[in-house]
Structure formats: structure tokens, C-alpha cells
Design a protein around this ligand. Structure first.
Ligand SMILES: NC(=O)C1=CN([C@@H]2O[C@H](COP(=O)(O)OP(=O)(O)OC[C@H]3O[C@@H](n4cnc5c(N)ncnc54)[C@H](OP(=O)(O)O)[C@@H]3O)[C@@H](O)[C@H]2O)C=CC1
Ligand SMILES: O=C(O)[C@@H]1CCC=N1
Length: 272
């Protein structure tokens, strides 16, 4: 993780779920200058008093010269949002996009033709600096600019650099959306606990802690996930019975493959 002092001046365009999660992490790191463009006052309310907030790019304080412009609107909003940012490209800012699907070439075009773009795919655990981001540096991005993007992204979690842009599509499906699958696990575990007669408040507490505690063990342990699973599964015990259901070929293994394939295909579609 990088030190707060090294975080560059940031312009964040779109402060929704993902932009807000990263901003939370950067503010916690003490980023010195952050200007946010976000039309919804309620989306930026949690950041009030912690950086300048503007409703549109036209309202950005004159003289603000961001080193990095982070693009975090929905992919469908790129065509409307990006042309207004072209002046920062001319001033030499590096663009870091977290938008699913949007290609470097497409974004460079919307930014006036010569913008330097890093395409990144983070995830919402960035809000607690436990994120995972895979990033791809577009043509012309220098080593120093790549290091700058790395500093920013690694301030909110782990970073991996990709040498091939197309790999961002499966990354989007796996780690970009991955937290949703894990939260779904907490939801369905809670529901199943209630079905077996546990009081709802206890079911909720158990499900949350079981998912977060298992994540913490996975993070701390050198063992494979499979070995950690085996360590829970006593021969002829209770977990074995549950896993016989979940690990049947048509159950989780196939469903997860299908789900990730569907999300990867959607990421490719969003490029258009
Ligand atoms: N959510 C996640 O876990 C992840 C999301 N992403 C990517 O991050 C991006 C944002 O996703 P998410 O945060 O979920 O979406 P949100 O809709 O929560 O955030 C986008 C925000 O940008 C606002 N906005 C719209 N137009 C503009 C504009 N012209 N200038 C500035 N802000 C604008 C939106 O307003 P309005 O509500 O009116 O649309 C909204 O508040 C997407 O491209 C997504 O692919 C990547 C990784 C993970
Ligand atoms: O669902 C989406 O499209 C975005 C990209 C990854 C997570 N959320």
C-alpha cells in the first residue's frame, strides 16, 4: 500500500457506488486534493466537507489541474460525460476509467483523440481498502503514468496489471462483480438459517460473520481455498452432506461457470 502523501490531485467523474467506494478509500488515505463531479447531491452527501463537489464539469474550479481524472460514470453515460473532460487531456492529465466494457480506443476518441487512458476494473471492497483491481495501460501511457495509476489504485487494495486489454472482460465478471456473488451467499445462508428455525436476528449475524470470517481466514492463510474447505469437512459429518448438494456437477461448479460466462459476454457487449 502506498503512502497518503504520494496520492495525486484527483478529479472523480461520477461518484456512485464504485466511484464513492474508491473515494472513501482515498480520503481515508488523506488525499490532498479531490474534486468530484456528480449530479446527485445525495450520492456525495457522505463526502460533504471532505473535498470540492461540482454538479457538472463546467462548475470545476478554474485552475484545478488534476494529475489523474477517474472516469466512474455508468458505461452508458460515457458519451455524454467524456467530451467535457477533453480539456484535462490537453493539459496532460492521465485518465483512469473504471467503466465496464468501455475500450481505451473508444474513450480516447470521446476525449478528443489524444488522451492517455488506463482502463481499470476495481471492486467495492475498495471502500475498506480491501479491493482488487486489474488494470491495462493504453497506448502512449508512460512508465511514470502507469506508476501513478498504480499508486492510486493500490491505495484501496491489490492491483494486477494486464498486458492484454481483452482480459478485462473476464476480470469484470470475476472480481468486478465478485463481491455481489459473495453478498448473495450471505443472503441465501441467512434465509436458509431462518428456514431451519433460527431467529432472524441470529441468522443474519451468523451469516454475515461466517462470510466475513471465512474471507479473513482465506486472506490470512497460505492454504488453498480447497484445503480450507476440506478442513471444515469432517468425514461422514454434516458439512459433507451439504457439499454433496452444492458440489454436484450441475450445482455450484456449473452455475458459477455459466454465471461468469454470461457476465463476460455482457462486458464485451458494453463496448459497443
Ligand atoms: N458498482 C461496482 O461494484 C463496480 C462498478 N464499476 C463501474 O463503475 C462505473 C460506475 O458504476 P456504479 O458506481 O455502480 O454506478 P452508479 O450509477 O452508482 O454511479 C455513477 C454515477 O455517475 C453519475 N453521473 C451520470 N452522468 C454523469 C456525468 N456526466 N458526470 C458525472 N457523473 C455522472 C450517475 O448519476 P445517475 O444516477 O443520474 O446516473 C451516478 O451517480 C460503471 O461504469 C461500472 O461499470 C466497476 C467495478 C465495480
Ligand atoms: O455490474 C456491472 O456492470 C459492474 C461492473 C462490475 C461490477 N459492477
Amino acid at each position: 500500500m502506498s503512502m497518503a502523501a504520494s496520492l495525486p490531485a484527483i478529479l472523480l467523474v461520477g461518484c456512485g457506488k464504485m466511484g464513492g467506494a474508491m473515494l472513501e478509500g482515498w480520503l481515508e488515505q488523506g488525499v490532498s486534493q479531490a474534486v468530484v463531479v456528480e449530479p446527485h447531491a445525495e450520492a456525495v452527501a457522505p463526502f460533504a466537507g471532505r473535498g470540492a463537489v461540482c454538479a457538472s464539469v463546467d462548475a470545476i474550479p478554474a485552475g484545478f489541474a488534476p494529475a489523474v481524472v477517474v472516469l466512474a460514470t455508468k458505461p452508458q453515460q460515457a458519451e455524454a460525460a467524456l467530451p467535457g473532460c477533453a480539456r484535462f487531456a490537453r493539459a496532460g492529465a492521465l485518465f483512469v476509467s473504471v467503466m465496464a466494457g468501455k475500450t481505451v480506443a473508444g474513450m480516447t476518441g470521446l476525449l478528443g483523440g489524444s488522451a492517455l487512458v488506463v482502463r481499470a476494473m476495481p471492486n467495492t471492497p475498495a471502500a475498506v481498502r480491501q479491493g482488487f483491481t486489474a488494470a491495462f495501460a493504453g497506448p502512449g501511457v508512460t512508465e511514470a503514468q502507469r506508476a501513478l495509476a498504480d499508486t492510486l489504485l493500490s491505495a484501496v487494495g491489490e492491483v494486477a496489471w494486464l498486458e492484454e486489454e481483452a482480459l478485462i472482460d473476464p476480470v469484470t465478471a470475476v472480481s468486478g462483480g465478485g463481491p455481489a456473488y459473495v453478498f448473495l451467499l450471505a443472503e441465501v445462508l441467512e434465509k436458509a438459517a431462518i428456514e431451519q428455525g433460527l431467529p432472524p436476528a441470529l441468522a443474519r449475524r451468523m451469516a454475515r460473520r461466517t462470510v466475513s470470517g471465512s474471507g479473513a481466514l482465506l486472506a490470512a492463510s497460505p492454504l488453498d481455498a480447497a484445503q480450507l474447505r476440506i478442513n471444515v469437512t469432517s468425514p461422514k459429518g454434516t458439512t459433507e452432506r451439504a457439499l454433496n448438494v452444492l458440489m454436484a456437477p450441475e450445482a455450484w461448479p456449473r452455475l458459477m461457470s455459466e454465471a461468469i460466462a454470461a457476465a463476460t459476454a455482457r462486458s464485451r457487449e458494453l463496448a459497443g
